[in-house]
Structure formats: structure tokens, C-alpha cells
Design a protein around this ligand. Structure first.
Ligand code: GYE
Length: 333
């Protein structure tokens, strides 16, 4: 026992001596970077649309979780509060700060030529995420990753066609932010089906700005003017939540067992919970977890590779008649 104790003591003394030697030298291990050295980090300026929906919150979280210092990044995050002018200002700030990459989740498709030319002149690659941009010169951005919104719209419209067959269908159409790719694609899917199927009719069409509050407000005013409503086509889950509140308040029945069928997009956790309970009839998935996808593009660029110019994410759709709790549990948003 005694011998073991003195051995432990000797080890402790040696440890103290070696620690003191380290601390006393002129900066410790010369190969390890100083703790506060951030110059090795890749600086990413991200201009986010806003915080209008659950989808957006999940998207922001995905970006923030990915672009952390532990992964080698410094993220400069800017919330534009759904205003393009704020996004343009943010991009100009990123250029001034000489970031390594600009990531843009654009509120609308048009209006980016000038500011993206400025980024190009400064030699900063621009990655577009989620919604698309419509520019005269495709070299103004390096790559895009997001959803096929037209395909999403087609899926939702096909559900209406399949479920109503030849019956007359009065549709209330609550659109997203006008001019955003998500709105353009989802609206085109529905309008195309209406043009091809004479039994489908859009009786009201207005933007709910992708928010619950506006979705509710629009639905309340629509209910005052329309008696026979068969379907409410909401371009995202938050609008659907607002619509549900308005229908409840008006004493209407809706969903799987009710008179008015509800279509939604995003398939967020809350949206799918309402699908499982039968409040929403059909929910088309839109995947917001773009952080790792954008990182993949940056890694390719860092490695001197050329990323795909456009990359679409695979997405599913959920019907209230077939969705299970396991479907919800298997998802991270
Ligand atoms: O569907 C909606 C959000 O651009 C895909 O924006 C995104 C859309 C999403 O506000 O909830």
C-alpha cells in the first residue's frame, strides 16, 4: 500500500511540474492555434427571409446548427422580416465585411440583378437556398438548392381531382407571398388543374403571406361572402392553422369528417399533427433542412469542385387517411 501511494504522489508531482513548464513557456504548443483565432473560419453571411412560419423556423435552425465554429464556420445571420430591401442591405453589408460566401433565401424571385452583380464584382460566391431567383445572367449565383414547388402544387391539385372525381368543387385559394417561388409553383399547380378540369372552380384567391394571422384574416372575410366551400387550398401549414381557427369560429365542419376539405404544404410537425388528427386532409411535404445541403456546396467549392447548378430535394405527401404517428416521429421538423 505504502509503495503504491508514493508512486501516485510521484506521478502527481511530475504532472504539476510538466503543467508549470507548459504555462511558463512563451505560448505553449506552437502548433496549436491560439484559442481566439477566428481567421481560419469560413465566414458565411446568410440573408434569411424572416420568421413567418414553422417551416422558416426549422430552416433557420438547420442553418444555425450547421454553420457553427466547431464545424469551421462563422455565421453572420440576418433576418429580413419578409422585406426584399432588407435583404439587399444585408447582402451589401456582407460584401463590405468581405465574407467568404453569401447565402440568400430570397423572398421573391425578381429584383436581384444589381446587388448580385455587386457580389460578383467583389468575387464572393452566392448560394441561393429554398426559393429561386429570376436573373438575366445565371452566373450571378453559383448554385441553388431547394424544392420543386411546381411538383408540390401538382401533387396537391391531383389530390383534389382524385377525391372529387366529376363533382363540382368550390375552392378557396390562400396563396403565399406573391412573387415567391413557393407561391408561384403551388399556385401554378392548382391553376393548371382548374384549367384542365371543368368541375374545379376557384371562388376566392388571396394571399395569406404564409402566416397564421393573415391566413385567418383572409378566411374570415371569405366566409362572409361565400356559402358553399368544398376545399381550402392553403399554401403552407401556418395559413392552414389560421383557416382552421376561422372555420372553428364560424361553426363550420372541416377536415376528414367535415364538409370543407383542407389542403396544406410544408408537413411540419404541427402540420402533420393536424393531418393525423384529421383536421388537414392532405399535406404536401417541403423539406426545410437545408443547412447540410448548403454546407455540401461550400465544401465542394472549397475543394475546387463545381457543385450542381440546381439541386432539388425529394419530398413526400401525407393523406389524413393513411398517415401514422410513426411518420411524424421519423421527422426532425
Ligand atoms: O412553404 C413557407 C415559408 O419558401 C418553402 O416559405 C418556403 C415557404 C414555406 O414561409 O412556410
Amino acid at each position: 500500500m505504502k509503495g503504491k501511494k508514493s508512486f501516485v504522489f510521484l506521478l502527481a508531482v511530475l504532472l504539476v511540474i510538466s503543467l508549470a513548464a507548459c504555462g511558463g513557456s512563451s505560448g505553449g504548443d506552437a502548433t496549436a492555434p491560439p484559442a481566439d483565432d477566428s481567421s481560419a473560419l469560413i465566414v458565411v453571411g446568410f440573408s434569411q427571409v424572416g420568421a413567418e412560419s414553422d417551416w422558416r423556423t426549422a430552416n433557420t435552425q438547420s442553418m444555425k446548427d450547421t454553420f457553427v465554429e466547431a464545424n469551421g464556420y462563422k455565421l453572420i445571420f440576418d433576418d429580413a422580416q419578409q422585406k426584399q430591401e432588407n435583404q439587399i442591405t444585408a447582402i451589401r453589408n456582407f460584401i463590405q465585411q468581405e465574407v467568404d460566401y453569401i447565402v440568400l433565401a430570397p423572398v421573391t424571385e425578381t429584383g436581384w440583378d444589381t446587388v448580385l452583380q455587386e457580389a460578383k464584382d467583389a468575387g464572393i460566391p452566392v448560394i441561393i437556398v429554398d426559393r429561386m431567383i429570376d436573373v438575366s445572367d445565371d452566373s450571378l449565383y453559383t448554385a441553388w438548392v431547394g424544392s420543386d414547388f411546381r411538383k408540390e402544387g401538382d401533387k396537391a391539385a391531383a389530390w383534389i381531382v382524385d377525391n372529387f372525381k366529376d363533382k363540382e368543387v368550390n375552392i378557396v385559394h390562400i396563396q403565399g407571398t406573391i412573387g415567391s417561388s413557393a407561391q408561384i409553383g403551388r399556385t401554378a399547380g392548382l391553376e393548371d388543374a382548374v384549367a384542365k378540369n371543368s368541375n374545379l372552380k376557384i371562388i376566392a384567391q388571396q394571399s395569406g403571406e404564409f402566416t397564421q394571422a393573415k391566413g385567418q384574416e383572409v378566411m374570415e372575410s371569405v366566409l362572409k361572402q361565400n356559402d358553399k366551400i368544398d376545399v381550402v387550398y392553403c399554401e403552407n401549414d401556418n395559413e392552414a392553422f389560421g383557416v382552421i381557427d376561422a372555420l372553428e369560429a364560424a361553426g363550420k365542419t372541416y377536415g376528414k369528417d367535415g364538409d370543407i376539405k383542407i389542403i396544406s404544404f410544408d408537413a411540419t410537425n404541427a402540420g402533420l399533427t393536424d393531418t393525423l388528427s384529421g383536421k388537414i386532409n392532405y399535406n404536401v411535404e417541403c423539406n426545410p433542412l437545408h443547412g447540410p445541403r448548403v454546407e455540401k456546396i461550400i465544401k465542394q467549392l472549397e475543394g475546387g469542385q463545381t457543385p450542381d447548378k440546381k439541386a432539388y430535394v425529394d419530398e413526400a405527401a401525407f393523406d389524413a387517411n393513411t398517415i401514422t404517428q410513426a411518420d411524424i416521429d421519423a421527422r426532425a421538423y
